[in-house]
Ligand binder design. Structure first.
Ligand SMILES: Cc1cc2nc3c(=O)[nH]c(=O)nc-3n(C[C@H](O)[C@H](O)[C@H](O)COP(=O)(O)OP(=O)(O)OC[C@H]3O[C@@H](n4cnc5c(N)ncnc54)[C@H](O)[C@@H]3O)c2cc1C
Length: 448
């Protein structure tokens, strides 16, 4: 039986994807034109789509694989994030990122498999340290409330048998140049990436095996014995489809009333002058996650392919069930980010922000993915709960394994979760969630 799905919305991303903008112009992939057939189509070219295409290529022998991306690669959330590939539990809805003990142990095992898979790509496609750096990560506190979060996170890590190291104020100052942080907690298993460069290089590596089309949004899908995917310029017919479109899986009609569409925002400075770099001091590349999940993420990155030395500030979150952010959201985020920048880097007074942007996250109430065979031979790998560099990679791998192998040991472990829980009705949902987020931001206080 055939079913026609009209895609209700295409992605709209506010502001530029700065990590992509600071790189030299990217290799272009063609727009889909005319009719073609393929064995497999992956829709979406973020972390999930790239991982799904690569895992398919490892599993299906000579069968053909097409990847369709609505925009240019790395222009969506994949080129807008802070680039922390985190192995440890990172539940944004929890006070300290921690979840339940057994679930956390399982999540760590799976996250590490995803990071290994990404590391294989980094090695095979020759990514330098500036793109993929397995240097660990630091969670830091700049207030006594933040210190309490660090203390309970530390306890949780001990109970999981995970190693960590505390950094004191002096060490934090030497590392970042900033007096702001009281303490940091270093954990060794994370990888810091230049997210846009990672996506570009992974796509380039895959392109000898996978036909990639950019500016080719799927606007309609007819499912049946052979699926037909329609874009403005052409059509692909395929026997298997993986939808790696994150929250836009809902625009295809799947998981209605079960997905939370959250935007978070960031600003990136212009390239610092040599004098400003000297005034700032500290190491040339570092990243800090806030002890309070509603606080501010900061990254300092050194020159890579002419990008210059820059600082990125990320904070603020809004629930936008329309899957579009507003100019008011962007303005409020800009004000908060300017404040965060000024409190951390008084020595850089007068340095302007060159880029400001927002990006989509997709979360579920119970922090589980929207995953599985949603129509015969159509698999969804979506809803990465804010950690898409890792969970997206994992769900892309898992979708390919489910589609081709049917089962695997890793898949059994991955599938050990509930379905996304049903959301409360509007307007209670948006009003309640936005109020809770503002309250948590206020509580995060100086950590913002
Ligand atoms: C400011 C910010 C900071 C963040 N920091 C981090 C971080 O440090 N670490 C981390 O792990 N995560 C972070 N995230 C989240 C992370 O970016 C996402 O979770 C991740 O990008 C999700 O990956 P994905 O491939 O599933 O989806 P996406 O990256 O959203 O990719 C989906 C792709 O599908 C395409 N698409 C959608 N509809 C269609 C269609 N109809 N046809 C064709 N293509 C379509 C989109 O254009 C998009 O490119 C951050 C996000 C933001 C916004």
């Amino acid at each position: 039986m055939t079913k026609t799905i009209t895609v209700r919305r295409l992605p709209v991303d506010p502001g530029p994807a700065a990590w992509n903008s600071i790189l030299p112009p990217a290799a272009e992939y063609p727009r889909l034109n005319g009719d073609m057939t393929a064995d497999w189509v992956v829709v979406g070219g973020g972390f999930t789509g790239i991982a799904a295409a690569r895992r398919l290529s490892q599993l299906v022998g000579n069968e053909s694989i097409v990847l369709l991306e609505a925009k240019r690669l790395a222009e969506g959330p994949a080129g807008r994030n802070s680039g922390f590939m985190i192995d440890l539990p990172h539940d944004l809805s929890s006070e300290t990122y921690a979840g339940a003990h057994e679930q956390d142990l399982q999540q760590i095992r799976l996250n590490r498999e995803a990071i290994r898979f990404a590391a294989e790509m980094a090695t095979e496609y020759g990514m330098p340290k500036a793109v993929f750096n397995p240097c660990g990560k630091v969670t830091a506190a700049g207030s006594s409330r933040g210190e309490q979060h660090i203390a309970s996170y530390q306890q949780h890590l001990s109970s999981l048998g995970e190693s960590f190291r505390l950094m004191d104020h002096a060490e934090m100052k030497d590392w970042t140049g900033s007096e702001f942080y009281h303490h940091g907690l270093f954990t060794p298993g994370a990888v810091m990436i230049q997210p846009a460069a990672f996506i570009r290089r992974a796509a380039e590596g895959l392109s000898s095996r996978v036909r990639i089309y950019e500016n080719s949004p799927v606007t309609r899908m007819d499912t049946g014995a052979e699926h037909k995917l329609v874009t403005p310029g052409g059509v692909v017919r395929a026997k298997g489809v993986i939808l790696a479109v994150n929250g836009h899986v809902q625009s295809f009609g799947f998981f209605p009333k079960r997905l939370l569409h959250v935007f978070t925002y960031a600003s990136m400075t212009r390239a610092l002058t040599p004098g400003e770099v000297k005034r700032l001091g500290g190491a040339s590349d570092w990243g800090i996650l806030p002890a309070d999940p509603m606080g501010t993420t900061v990254r300092r990155s050194s020159d890579f392919m002419g990008s210059g030395n820059r600082i990125v500030i990320r904070n603020h979150a809004t629930l936008n069930q329309s899957i579009e952010a507003t100019p008011q959201n962007m303005n409020r985020a800009a004000r908060l980010q300017d404040r965060s920048f000024a409190s951390r880097f008084p020595m850089l007074k007068g340095v302007e922000m060159e880029y400001r942007w927002g990006g989509r996250l997709c979360l579920s109430l119970n922090s589980v993915p929207a995953f599985g065979e949603v129509e015969p031979r159509v698999w969804a790998a979506a809803c990465q709960n804010g950690l898409g560099t890792v969970k997206g990679t994992l769900s892309g791998m898992m979708a390919a394994e489910q589609a081709v192998l049917g089962s695997s040991e890793r898949l059994t472990e991955f599938l050990n979760h509930q379905q996304p829980r049903k959301l409360p009705p509007e307007p209670f949902l948006s009003a309640g969630a936005n109020m809770t987020m503002r309250w948590k931001e206020w509580q995060a206080g100086i950590e913002l």
